[in-house]
Design a protein around this ligand. Structure first.
Ligand SMILES: [Zn+2]
Length: 681
């Protein structure tokens, strides 16, 4: 059962040990005492973060009518704790199936970690990144801009996300044990395409000539093995938008990266309900700002529908990761280290060394008009190409849409200056920048979506300092620790395509990032501290909710919750789809984290064995309002099972589990329904 309170909750830690294995103190992560070290303490953990599966606006495409109406894949938080015995330092890396990790999420996760573990985990050494799936429920930001599609804050979704990330980290912490990490990297050529090639083309020809492709094709993979040879998981980074599922989709889905994780974890026998050690496969995001999985242009990923396009893209990423995993024999060497700073991104004086000309300044956060015409692999809120202020105003009267520019924002025709909104800006401006080294691999964690070339330039800045100290791989960990739009290069910005229009802080944002990361990399190399920077505001207590929760659930007088409305047939052939409709409750009553809304069961002697759940690829859970008299508050729950071609012949049934809320006493009660038995031949 979920508490409604959104902030200041204590994380309830499930059973376990301390996990704080003794590690030495002092010394630098890169050189010094850690040089040549190959042993780490490693732990992995996974937890459900699937929020309300009906009537919550989805996070990504900002389409008001795109609201959740079911589950195709559950969303997960995949966590790793990596500590180095040589210097006593540790970091947390999380890849979460989310559109973004908003600042409020990081603040609350760290608050709960501190309440449990004291000073062991902090902003500085916890890296939370999002896969950028566009098919999860929204409303979990503390900033107004990102709650527009949900008409305000959704406390239940926030709580499921925060608690799930926290629990995944607790598990990784408790599983900490000696092990080693190996590395492999290689290209994946046919899974991505640049969606703003005209902007990319504005980058200097001599710079473009250094690269074979207009997106980064390199997948970098870390393989985690505990002594004596127990496989515990992997992280790989590959830059591609998780937008194989389109704007019409209403099913919760981890999109292509979620599917790739699912395939790998299925192969390794991952137990999602286990509190013990289980295999975790994270497909993490990189500099995907201008990179689409829809390799045939527009919204076309090559499949006949969203599901097939997602499967195609996910399968390519899975296959490449599997081959890299099999060949990952190069050991990571060195220690763990990190530097973190908060920067007021709208107030950075950028020196000539980074502008390549006169000094410049970053700007108050604002959108250009192309942001509204859309590029998240489909038309945006303004209705596609040629968005106008009038069209926007018709949709959202809150927008005072004028296309002015400021000297600071240069080429950008401003439609919304969210940094100037009162009493609080609509998007954050004090933002976290974090640099982590895991042995010879450096992670550049940014709260932005960097375009391909922006990512390359930032990597070079960091590489210049860390390569002489032994770092061989520099990776952009995109969409990390907070979110504040895109970062295009200065040249790309001039064109004001979607990515430039969505670069909040103006033309010199990338240069400002390079300047700040130059300082972080220098400090990390020299073993010197960095000042923390300004503290970001905490808006946890400022959240309002414009949409009511579930008032009550109803059903026809003659039916009970869980009764079958339309049943299965008596028999099916493999390859056919079983479809059963139940009288059900609203999934908002309880999102059932770590649970399931459905079970496909096969008879085994006297018992029924589960063969599929609501997160399995071959199942769909669909919620639909049904207009029964007199309250109109009835729900139909449709369970579908596409019988796999390798299904074992036998007797099966479909079980639906849910929760209904009483209009009499307001209580939420669980229910369960079962279809007729049917045979699969
Ligand atoms: Zn994006």
């Amino acid at each position: 059962m979920l508490a409604l309170a959104a902030c200041g909750q204590r994380g309830s830690r499930e059973a376990g040990t301390d996990g704080g294995l003794p590690v030495g103190r002092g010394g630098q992560g890169l050189g010094g005492t850690c040089a040549g070290q190959q042993s780490f303490l490693i732990g992995s953990g996974i937890h459900d973060i699937t929020g309300p599966a009906a009537e919550v606006g989805m996070m990504g495409y900002v389409q008001l009518e795109q609201q959740t109406a079911g589950i195709h894949q559950r969303l997960r938080s995949r966590a790793f704790v990596i500590a180095s015995p040589c210097n006593g330092k540790r970091v947390v890396f999380v890849s979460a199936d989310l559109g973004m990790v908003f600042q409020g999420v990081k603040q609350e996760v760290v608050r709960r970690l501190k309440a449990t573990f004291g000073p062991l985990y902090s902003d500085d050494n916890v890296l939370l990144s999002a896969t950028h799936t566009h098919s999860g429920p929204g409303g979990y930001s503390h900033y107004a801009l990102y709650n527009l599609s949900t008409f305000g804050f959704e406390p239940k979704n926030f709580e499921v996300i925060v608690q799930g990330i926290y629990q995944s980290i607790v598990r990784a912490h408790e599983h900490l044990a000696p092990g080693h990490i190996t590395l492999a990297a290689g290209n994946l050529l046919d899974a991505s395409r640049n969606r703003s090639p005209e902007a990319y083309h504005l980058n200097p020809p001599e710079e473009r000539a250094r690269y074979a492709y207009d997106t980064d094709k390199r997948m970098t993979l870390l393989r985690f093995t505990k002594e004596p040879g127990v496989e515990v998981g992997l992280i790989n980074w590959f830059a591609v938008h998780t937008t194989s599922m389109g704007q019409e989709n209403r099913y919760i889905s981890g999109d292509n990266k979620g599917y790739a994780s699912y395939l790998f974890e299925k192969e390794k026998g991952t137990r999602y309900d286990a509190t013990g050690d289980t295999f975790v496969a994270a497909f993490a995001q990189a500099n995907e700002g201008d990179v689409t999985p829809n390799i045939f242009g527009g919204e076309d990923g090559g499949g006949r529908d969203d599901f097939e396009s997602t499967a195609l893209s996910g399968h390519k990423q899975y296959e490449r990761a599997a081959s890299l995993y099999a060949s990952a024999t190069t050991p990571l060497t060195g220690g763990v280290d990190y530097r973190h700073v908060y920067v007021k991104m709208d107030d950075v004086e950028v020196w000539s060394a980074f502008t390549g000309g006169p000094p410049a300044h970053t700007c108050t956060a604002a959108f250009g008009i192309s942001m509204l015409s859309g590029a998240e692999d489909g038309p945006g809120v303004g209705g596609g190409e040629g968005a106008t202020c009038a069209a926007i105003h018709d949709l959202w009267s809150a927008f005072t849409c004028t296309t002015t520019t400021t000297a600071c924002q240069a080429e950008k025709p401003i439609v919304l200056e969210m940094g100037a909104m009162k009493p609080f800006p609509w998007s954050p401006e004090v933002l976290p920048l974090q640099l982590v080294t895991l042995g010879n691999v450096a992670l550049v964690a940014v709260p932005f979506e960097l375009t391909t070339m922006a990512g390359r330039r930032l990597r070079e800045t960091v590489r210049a300092h860390l390569e002489p100290a032994g770092v061989t791989e520099v990776i952009i960990a995109g969409l990390s620790n907070a979110y504040s739009g895109y970062v295009a290069t200065r040249e790309e910005y001039a064109r004001q395509d979607y990515e430039g229009a969505s670069t909040h802080f103006g033309p010199w944002t990338l240069a400002a990032l390079q300047q700040e990361f130059d300082a972080l990399a220098r400090a990390l190399r020299e073993g010197s501290p960095v000042p923390p920077g300004p503290t970001p505001r905490d808006l946890c207590q400022q959240q309002s909710r414009l949409r009511p929760g579930v008032l009550l659930d109803d059903k026809p007088l003659w039916a009970r919750f869980g009764d079958v409305f339309s049943d299965a047939r008596a028999s099916y052939a493999r390859g056919e789809t079983v479809r059963v409709t139940f009288w059900g409750g609203h999934p908002k009553n309880d999102p059932r984290p770590q649970g399931t809304f459905l079970r496909v069961q096969r008879r085994a002697g006297l018992l029924w064995e589960d063969v599929a759940y609501d997160w399995d690829w071959e199942t769909k859970y669909t919620w639909r309002r049904s207009y029964c008299m007199p309250t109109l508050a009835c729900s139909h729950v449709i369970i579908e099972w596409a019988i796999p071609s390798d299904a074992v012949p036998g007797t099966y049934r479909i079980v639906h589990e849910g929760d209904w809320k009483s209009g009499w006493d307001g209580r939420v009660r669980p229910y369960r329904g079962t279809s007729r038995t049917f045979t699969v031949k």
